[in-house]
Ligand binder design. Sequence first.
Ligand code: SAM
Ligand code: SF4
Length: 328
Amino acid sequence: MALIDSFERLHDNLRISVTDRCNIRCFYCMPEGPIPFLEREEILSFEEIERVATVAVSLGVRKLRITGGEPLVRKDLPVLVERLCRIDGVNDVGLTTNGVLLAQFAEELWAAGLRRLNVHLDTLDAERFTRITRRDDFGRVMAGLDRALELGFDVKINAVAAANLCEPDVVPLALFGRERGVEIRYIEFMPLDAQGLWKKSKVLLQDSIMEMLRKEIGELIEIPDQDPRAPATEYRFADGVGRVGFISSVSRPFCMNCNRLRLTSDGKMRYCLFAIEELDVKEILRSGGSDAELAEVIQETVRRKWIGHEIQSQKFVAPPRPMYSIGG
Ligand code: SAM
Ligand code: SF4
């Protein structure tokens, strides 16, 4: 039975968060000070994650993405990757990572069957990297990217775009992407930070970024026939070299095409990054519940899905969990 919500949206994409922990502290996601992370036993085991994913696949999910927190800080992550890649019916498994541990794990991830990586990198300037992430791991991320490209991964770079900060990075990142054959995806800063810093004026909007790219590099042409359910709108440079994408949740919300569900590391199903409610699967998993009960929670999550997040409107309420604890 397909996962179709009351707005006729078909859900075939499950994002799985494997931890709320992270080895860096991006200001738009995590607080700088001490963080009350989840205890080990609160986090779903690989077996539990695999079970929920398998039930979701039996309901029509075809794409899985592993995220966090930082997924590579979870012990033995390649083991989970291999298990998820082996689920019958899954045709796409991706991993979103900050890249700090990528050089160390790239080979194992490749051997586990992973081919697609989204590496998070906002700047090519080591000093600004430290300002944004409050850690000095720029060199390690670059080494991780090199290793992943060497191995042949399909890599995209996620760059969060915050106003009055990231403007100097827009063009260098696009030039880097053109040189290395990697798509840069600019993500408008969303109200999901742990410190409540978000304001509309702090978002570097797609239109401003496109203007900078057109002026400094060249005309951008929207790629025709894109998958309308993908979160990014993609463009190619008119000279045929390189692509960029925009995930513009603030200026151009793409809710009407949403096909995504989320499983948090502590076993909650969510229908939206911005949802203010979630449904529990951990209790079912740990009390001997059946696959049918898990399926019912997944279906109910889809049934409850709202039309969209309304970031732009007065009605918007920020979710009680920040990005790192939901799973971006
Ligand atoms: N740690 C991994 C990483 O950074 O890629 C995976 C989890 S992280 C929460 C997933 C993505 O969320 C990152 O690629 C980052 O670009 C994005 N992100 C985090 N906080 C954000 C915010 N407030 N607004 C927009 N994007 C954000
Ligand atoms: Fe960590 Fe990713 Fe959040 Fe940055 S965006 S703090 S890398 S979880």
